[in-house]
Design a protein. Structure first.
Length: 442
């Protein structure tokens, strides 16, 4: 993955006491290759490395106390910038209902996203309604109706006497807006039809819907796994529709991530949401800094803590965050959090957000089985061992393994994962604690 490759590229300088021209050139070459491999647009990758190089070669940086880390920080800063710098919220109508038009190719995840967005807005206290303007396949209307039922929001569709959807997408969209207004819903989200490739008929229809409904927000939904194609499609839709934002779906999959990095700079429209799974709650607001942290393998502590807040109370979450920073996080905390995480939806998604755990977990492919193993191992440790894992020597390892009905190597693996996690937390807290690195342009 991109994370792994960047990690490897930056390894050279991370440990170096001094940065010199040679390792800069070499590292930048590897960073560029990592970006290209991840399907990042060539020009974008080139500009990216040139900018980082310019920052890093500056003398002030060379003389800095910890140049390796500054190097990483520059790559991080540049990634954040490339991803759009700041989070951009959805537009809202001055007078409700806010009209949100959702467009994209077939299979991109539009209908799923419409359901997720309704769920997201409802959780924020808004009162959305969804409209089925993908009128060509009856199954598309059924799919949206099912999703709306799960979320608990009204859905607008027009069916003939035979139950078959009436094939007039513009009429559906237009009447849906009127109906939302009549019902006092504050938002109407319009799902549209997509095709396998960009074509005129599809574009004409979406443009007609746009004209008829005057959306406050036009979101273009794209499958992140399609790489460079995602960028080209985004461009085509933006040219015709002048979109307001991009939704990247399937970021949970084995995506190369390059789409996220190129779209923003090529299309110059913000990425507003990321889809991370098939379930209704697998949607996150897109924050460039968090995405950059994930790409650099720093995990996504902020998102994690936010999700956690839904589960824990605020005070507890703050304590957890502090422990991450100060590295007081021990195996007992790890165990406690695992218990809570159990109730927090998809385990794998969430664990992936904890720095260090993500990678380690991916290797063992966490399922509930593996989860129970971790639990059992920590359970058979004494409180002192949980608080000070470093005292766990050979004989303790044997005892713990036996108590959990597992092998010593399972204990070793767990301790290794935990150590790696702490190491990453240290990097994280250093980067965050120091604020911005020296800016050579000032
Ligand atoms: P549409 O044709 O654009 O409306 O696409 P759908 O919403 O019907 O989604 C197509 C397929 O992608 C479905 O099987 C969805 O479950 C799946 N899907 C949508 N979003 C995501 C996502 O964020 N992650 C994953 N893994 N699958 C997704
Ligand atoms: Mg659909």
């Amino acid at each position: 993955t991109l994370s792994d490759k960047l990690d490897a590229a930056l390894k050279n300088v991370k440990g170096e006491g001094r940065i010199n021209d040679l390792n800069i050139a070499e590292t930048m070459r590897e960073v560029r290759r990592a970006l290209l491999d991840a399907d990042v647009n060539y020009q974008v990758a080139k500009d990216f490395t040139n900018k980082v190089k310019a920052h890093v070669t500056d003398e002030k940086v060379l003389q800095a106390v910890n140049p390796g880390q500054q190097f990483v920080k520059h790559v991080y800063d540049e990634l954040v910038y490339l991803l759009g710098d700041v989070h951009v919220d959805l537009n809202q109508a001055k007078r409700p209902p806010t009209v949100i038009l959702v467009a994209g190719l077939q299979g991109a995840g539009k209908t799923t996203f419409v359901g997720k967005l309704a769920h997201f807005l409802k959780a924020k206290g808004r009162s959305p309604m969804v409209a089925a303007a993908d009128v060509y396949r009856p199954a598309a209307v059924d799919q949206l109706e099912t999703l709306a039922g799960q979320v608990g929001v009204p859905v607008f569709a027009i069916r003939g006497a035979d139950g078959v959807p009436v094939k007039d997408a513009v009429a559906v969209a237009e009447q849906a807006v009127a109906e939302a207004r009549r019902m006092g819903r504050d938002t109407i989200i319009i799902d549209t039809a997509g095709r396998l490739h960009v074509d005129e008929a599809m574009m004409d229809e979406v443009v007609a819907i746009k004209k008829a409904t005057e959306p406050d927000e036009i979101l273009f939904v794209v499958d992140a796994m399609t790489g460079q194609d995602a960028v080209n499609t985004a461009k085509a839709f933006n040219d015709r529709l002048d979109i307001d934002g991009v939704v990247l779906t399937k970021l949970d999959g084995d995506t190369r991530g390059g789409a996220a990095l190129s779209i923003r700079s090529v299309v110059e429209k913000p990425i507003k949401f990321a889809g991370t799974g098939e379930k209704l709650d697998a949607l996150t607001e897109f924050y460039p800094d968090r995405m950059a942290q994930r790409i650099l393998g720093m995990g996504d502590v902020v998102s994690f803590v936010e999700k956690a807040q839904e589960q824990f109370d605020a005070e507890e979450a703050e304590k957890l965050q502090r422990k991450f920073r100060t590295q007081e996080f021990d195996l007992q905390d790890f165990y406690d959090q695992l218990q809570k995480i159990k109730n927090m939806g998809s385990l794998k998604d969430l664990l992936g957000m904890i720095p260090g755990v993500g990678k380690a977990i991916k290797q063992i492919d966490v399922d509930d089985e593996a989860f129970r193993h971790i639990e059992a191992l920590i359970q058979s440790m004494t409180p002192v061992e949980r608080a000070q894992p470093e005292i766990i020597n050979g004989s303790r390892r044997r005892r713990i393994a036996k108590g959990a009905g597992m092998e010593v190597q399972d204990v070793n693996a767990l301790l290794k994962q935990f150590r790696e996690m702490k190491k990453l937390m240290k990097t994280m807290s250093k980067l965050q604690g120091k604020g911005r690195a020296v800016d050579p342009t000032q």
